[in-house]
Design a protein around this ligand. Structure first.
Ligand code: G
Ligand code: G
Ligand code: NA
Ligand code: MN
Length: 254
């Protein structure tokens, strides 16, 4: 199949949807936020995994219009929940390198927030270590602009790329996300346990919150809690789910 051609049509054809994965506060056990993750439902191909089409979208530049759609979709969803009188929590978007470097992503976000009368604190962005380190100077300026708008920024996939600890100090991140690679064997592998523990301590001394990704078991959750990790995200609590299901979880006070 010519996936690129199908991907080009997908935005206009309304084939994308956002799913939401809870971020859980390890002190209260409550849902404190969500990561928004795109899903592509093609009429013939069925569900196409993001791992298959996000890299293609990045190569072809289609990530810019798709990313703009994501921003508008998440803002519209938050506004709909708010207008329905629902309790809402901050939602984080993933930004790709191309969007971050070339798109008018900041203007798109600002316009979308304004259109819906949304306070910027309801929207967060996740940037990967690799994206930030590609051009640290430019990234720092762009991130300042995000900060000026009132958005909080997470450093995604921390520990898997080449990041300089000096940059970590200089960049305005509010959260660090410990990559799943260190979480999977955290209760069996002393090296992974040591790395995760060190990331938490370092982030806290730099006044950043810590989110552990890919938490799948009670034992991993207990370990992270004992090390004072702030939030967990992972299948242990919930997979990424459609908007209605996510909202139901938030309203139940889970
Ligand atoms: O659930 P998961 O299979 O959703 O996501 C796979 C990969 O696709 C992850 O690396 C994730 O960061 C990326 N991804 C998911 N949704 C988006 C999105 O809306 N924008 C971008 N740029 N990447 C996304
Ligand atoms: O790359 P990024 O961290 O943005 O992507 C999040 C990815 O991790 C998504 O594909 C999401 O579905 C996946 N994910 C979330 N929780 C878990 C988990 O507990 N285990 C595994 N294996 N994947 C997870
Ligand atoms: Na992410
Ligand atoms: Mn990640």
């Amino acid at each position: 199949v010519d996936l690129e051609r199908l991907l080009k049509e997908a935005v206009d054809a309304g084939q994308f949807a956002m799913h939401y994965q809870p971020k859980v506060d390890l002190c209260t056990g409550q849902i404190a936020g969500a990561e928004a993750l795109i899903r592509w439902q093609h009429p013939q191909l069925g569900m196409v995994a993001p791992d298959r089409f996000i890299p293609l979208a990045e190569e072809t530049g289609l990530i810019v219009p798709i990313g703009d759609w994501v921003i508008r979709a998440v803002c519209a969803q938050l506004a709909r929940w708010r207008d329905d009188g629902q309790r809402i929590v901050p939602v984080a978007l993933n930004l790709s390198a191309l969007q971050f470097r070339e798109g008018n992503v900041l203007q798109t976000i600002a316009a979308s927030l304004k259109e819906h009368g949304l306070d910027p604190r309801w929207l967060e962005v996740e940037l990967t270590e690799t994206l930030v380190m590609y051009d640290p100077q430019a990234a720092q300026q762009t991130m300042r602009n995000f900060g000026d708008l009132g958005l909080r920024i997470s450093l995604d996939d921390f520990g898997t790329g080449y990041s300089s600890l000096a940059y970590l100090k200089r960049f305005p991140f509010q959260y660090v996300k410990i990559d799943r690679a260190f979480v999977t064997d955290i209760t069996q592998n002393p090296d992974d346990a040591a790395i995760a523990t060190a990331i938490i301590a370092m982030a806290h001394s730099l006044r950043m919150g810590v989110i552990a990704e890919g938490v799948e078991t009670e034992a991993q959750m207990q370990f992270l809690r004992s090390r004072r990790c702030d939030y967990l995200q992972g299948f242990y609590f919930s997979r990424p789910v459609p908007a209605a299901e996510f909202n139901a979880m938030v309203q139940e006070g889970r």
